[in-house]
Design a protein around this ligand. Structure first.
Ligand code: CAP
Ligand code: MG
Length: 412
């Protein structure tokens, strides 16, 4: 049997014109002891057919499947992957190729996946968002303004009755959305089934008192079968939203949940993302993760804030929002969620960055209000209203006590 060795440089072809069915990845490449061309070729090789190929001379179609480095600018390499490399409808398979072994190669000091462009040939095998921005706005009957959301705090420890009460206060004060925290599942102090029943009762109470639509985002993150059971439980009890920690659950589990196609909005939390998104030279940027989540079918997704407690910079957050909303093979746009260290004083700069199509989500910035969750939620709505009316927060606070107190608490 003849062994044919494809060298890394065999995968570098600046003349290659990507076809519209190719998947295209953009990588930041830092070589270790070899040229940038060879290193880029190494990425293409190890994330497609590899270098050692038996029968290559006998089966030319193997060569045709090889990925092509078609552009290298600075340390940025763009690689085109023939769509036949991937199994249709199998996202983990795609990522095991383009975001698999390559990060561990000795030949690379650093490698970062900056972006992925999916062809329609691949995205058409996924469901995409069921609701998207428009569907969520219709559900909540909020046609224009930013949505106001909160996370029940403290993150863990509240008993079910207290959890439901804090939720009620936040809804009654003006929150559209109340959600579980990413690490609340079904611990003994707050078991899932009872929590859902009690909290949805409070939702109904707040809805009838305020006349506004309210939603509860129940965290169903768990072993896949359990997660599916919990999602069905939420739907059967009149819930309209579930939350999934998409990275700790994994893409397979998320695909399985979306395949159920329940009439539930999927809120995607990205707990753990910074383990591979934070280092600007190595890992996977949040932008490709946002695109993958959208293709599989989440309806709203955390994208960073620029002004809050998390580390993303303006460029990264703008890219994440674009990944959620850019035209992408007929997929519905995903609603961006700004969250992490937010409070009413940050609302004008958030709306300047995000416009109106996003969720302003605050935990401590609402429940930490001197007068409690009801006043905290009211102050957040007042900050949004002031900004919509083109007024400064200070001006509006003169006639709105809750906001006034919030501005004293969260100083500039
Ligand atoms: C925010 C939060 C969210 C983060 C996640 C928290 O609470 O509930 O999980 O926003 O980060 O636990 O920290 P606070 P990101 O409003 O009290 O800060 O949105 O960047 O994924
Ligand atoms: Mg949280």
């Amino acid at each position: 049997m003849r062994i044919v060795v494809l060298k890394y440089l065999d995968f570098v072809d600046p003349k290659y014109e990507p076809s519209e069915t190719d998947l295209i990845c953009t990588f930041y490449v830092e070589p270790e002891g070899i040229s940038l061309e060879e290193a880029s070729g190494a990425v293409a090789a190890e994330s497609s057919v590899g270098t050692w190929t038996e029968l290559a001379t006998l089966k030319p179609y193997v060569k045709r499947l090889a990925a092509h480095v078609f552009s290298i600018k600075g340390n940025t390499a763009r690689i085109a992957y023939p769509v036949e490399l991937f199994e249709a409808g199998n996202m983990p398979n795609v990522l095991s190729s383009v975001a698999g072994n390559v990060f561990g190669l000795k030949a690379l000091r650093n490698l970062r996946l900056l972006n992925i462009e999916f062809p329609a040939q691949l995205t058409k095998h996924f469901r995409g968002p069921r609701f998207g921005i428009e569907g969520i706005r219709r559900l909540l009957r909020v046609p224009k303004r930013p949505l106001v959301g909160t996370i029940i705090k403290p993150k863990l420890g509240l008993k079910t009755v207290d959890h439901a009460h804090v939720a009620y206060e936040a809804w009654a004060g003006g929150c559209d959305i109340v959600k579980d925290d990413e690490n609340l599942s079904s611990q003994t102090f707050n078991p899932f089934d009872n929590r859902i029943v009690k909290t949805l009762e409070m939702r109904d109470k707040a809805q009838s008192e305020t006349g506004e639509r309210k939603v509860y985002v129940a965290n169903v993150t768990a072993e896949t079968e359990t997660m599916l059971k919990r999602a069905k439980f939420v739907a059967e009890h009149g819930g309209e939203y579930v939350m999934v920690d998409i990275l700790t659950c994994g893409w397979s589990a998320l695909q399985t949940l979306r395949a159920l196609n329940l009439k539930l909005v999927i809120h995607a939390h990205r707990a753990g993302h910074a383990a591979f998104t934070k280092n600007p030279k190595h890992g996977i940027a949040m932008r490709p993760i946002a695109k993958i989540a959208r293709i599989i079918g989440v309806d709203q997704l955390h994208v960073g804030t620029i002004v809050g407690k998390m580390s993303e910079n303006r460029r990264e957050v703008i890219d994440n929002v674009e990944a959620c909303k850019m035209p992408m093979n007929e997929l519905k746009p995903v609603l961006p969620v700004a969250s992490g260290g937010l409070h009413p004083r940050l609302v004008p700069s958030l709306m300047a960055t995000f416009g109106n199509d996003f969720v302003i989500q605050a935990g401590g910035g609402i429940h930490g209000h001197k007068n409690g969750s009801f006043a905290g939620a009211t102050a957040m709505r007042q900050a949004v209203q002031a900004t919509l009316e083109g007024k400064t927060l200070e001006e509006y606070a003169e006639t709105h006590e809750e906001l006034k107190i919030a501005l004293q608490l969260w100083r500039a």
